[in-house]
Design a protein around this ligand. Sequence first.
Ligand code: NAD
Ligand code: WQD
Length: 339
Amino acid sequence: MNILVTGGAGFIGSHTLVELYAAGHTAVVVDNLCNSSAESLRRVAKIVNVSEIPFVKGDIRDRDTLNALFSEYTFDACIHFAGLKAVSESVVKPWEYYDNNMSGTLTLLDVMRQHGCKNIIFSSSATVYGDPAVIPITEKCPKGQCSNPYGWTKSMLEQVMMDMQRADNEWNVVLLRYFNPIGAHPSGTIGEDPNGIPNNLMPYITQVAVGKRPELGVFGNDYDTPDGTGVRDYIHVVDLARGHVAALRKVEQGSGLSIYNLGTGRGYSVLDVVHAFEKATGVKVPYSIKPRRLGDIATCYSNPQKAHDELGWTAQYDIEDMCRDSWRWQSQNPDGYRK
Ligand code: NAD
Ligand code: WQD
């Protein structure tokens, strides 16, 4: 299939491109590079052994850019990663988040239907469950109150796509609710490259390990969890990427609306991750306990059975693989894609 990949220069998009090409698909990327670098695409091309990944630098809010793309290429489906994703930034810049994520996706969906491409895989998030009513979280778990505008954009966009699919059953919509993606391609040439101080745990750990930051702050050790620190379902980004290839097979069958959790089904605490990292890499990660972070929940992990049953997809990599691969990327590229 020929796939339009929005946000393909980013962390998950770049890894998904590798798996798409490995599965025999081709792709065209549209990305405005607001949180990424075109260098990631050059490195993807090297990994998959093609001269280049077709790329248009542009914003998905720009209808003309999208129309030009759909006029030039025929797409069988779109994998839609493009969006802003920093939770704390979304609290101080709500309009920017609603504009980018909502307007961008609404424009994309409109241009897609006008060009007769009605297959979409959307990057959603476990954040739509809010403080989950049941653990492990199945897709039947009711959606919850999001604690930030970023989360609301995911929750509302899910609703938009569900309603559009209900009104027009030519649409095939797959909503993938990612848990906590970490790790990097085993080559160590592509990975997560956050701007400024990392918000997320693993990039913070790797920056401490590489000597860029003195210590990790552990946000709270008084949660109702085995060691008091927050528990999450970390998933290797390569496994996550392969989940998209599996979802494409579903779309090809004319699946209508489908929703899947993409996680491992295992929860690890912050201190479990620190210890797994130290074990996998031999590098010490100094840390100190800090107050809880606003909006955090104690425990969040998936039941990934539905993706296993319906997509034939299961995560293969364990926490040590994730730590080892995150570290390989960070230690080989201490400044990310900026050289
Ligand atoms: P990322 O920031 O690395 O990738 C997003 C890409 O989208 C970037 O390359 C950015 O430049 C591009 N982009 C943003 N707005 C755009 C616009 N208006 N037009 C064109 N390009 C635009 O983030 P990621 O971690 O790869 O996340 C990909 C998707 O998955 C996002 O939608 C994110 O919300 C979602 N998601 C991420 C996580 C996570 O923890 N990383 C978890 C759940 C869901
Ligand atoms: C994991 C654990 C922190 C940093 C976020 C978004 C979610 C999704 C994934 C996009 C928590 C603790 C963290 C640090 C710490 N993104 N921590 N020190 O919060 O589960 O999910 O990213 O959709 O929407 O909310 O991930 O990596 O930030 O935190 O102790 O410096 O690590 O408190 O328990 P989170 P995270």
